[in-house]
Write a protein that binds this ligand. Sequence first.
Ligand code: UD2
Length: 310
Amino acid sequence: MKRFVVTGGAGFIGSTLVKTLVPHGSVSVVDNLLTGYERNIEEVRSCIEFHKADIRDAALIAPLLKDADTVFHLAAIPSVPRSITDPIPSHEVNIDGTFNVFRAAAEGGVRRVVYAASSSAYGDTPTLPKTESMTPHPKSPYAAQKLMGEYYASVFHSCFGLETVSLRFFNVYGPRQDPSSPYSGVLSVFMKNLLAGTSPTIFGDGEQTRDFTYVEDVADLCVKAANAQGVTGKVYNAGNGGRYSLNYLWDLLQRIEGVKIPAQFGPPRAGDVRDSMADTTAAVADLGHSPRFSIEEGLRRTLEWYRKTN
Ligand code: UD2
């Protein structure tokens, strides 16, 4: 039986991946519960191992990763604004912690590491869609940290023979995304406002666009990246290949719910990228990426989940 380790497995994306992996092998979750919750993995708790551990602690995590078939490295302190207001923890987790994970994997005989990189690496390069061959232009500490993780993935492959694949996640949304922090992803905040009948605050004019990707499509792609041949040391976009503005999505959500709640507008956020959209050609060709969820379907499922759990 294959053994999988998911760092950040109690988080929003990680917990979805854990559920996807459970039928395929034994799954260990490594999470410090900083932004994750045990309730996210409650459904599968009896068939997984859970380790409350911080990836900044190299000695603690090394034995947990040892001899795994695949380590999915999703543990991170996400958020562009959080990395600006509080840059030290995000640096320590996203760079030092990531180094610890690659090192533990290389020394512990792990076959492959799938690394959760970020579309933020592209920055504001004017060309759309973003292709993996473009020169990165990180605009925030978070973007720089996630890019450094890609470089480490590539170097651990070339220097230490560790199989690695980096997936640049593009604005993932879906059930279990936590809307309660000032750094929460925008769609989770929109859902919370919609159900409470309150106005969201849109930073800037709302015409910025994102390639919103449903969480199950991302989890499926992680599994494909673990198994694909001829892809190690490489970086792939894990997006949908579309883009929607915040104004459009807030309108769409109001139409789905049959309500009218005007948004409020605030100043643009430091470090924000204007437009983001993935070229998925390489992920489709090399990894077999085939996203299943349209934005309407993804939003409906997500909204249903927030309604049920409210
Ligand atoms: C970045 C990355 C994404 C992922 C994520 C992790 C880009 C293009 N994307 O997402 O791939 O790594 O970081 O955190 O860099 N906003 C509002 N109101 C709110 C909250 C957000 O208007 O209440 C705006 C925000 O200013 C931004 C957009 O919504 O323009 C998306 O923000 P986000 O925090 O959901 O995600 P983003 O794009 O920083």
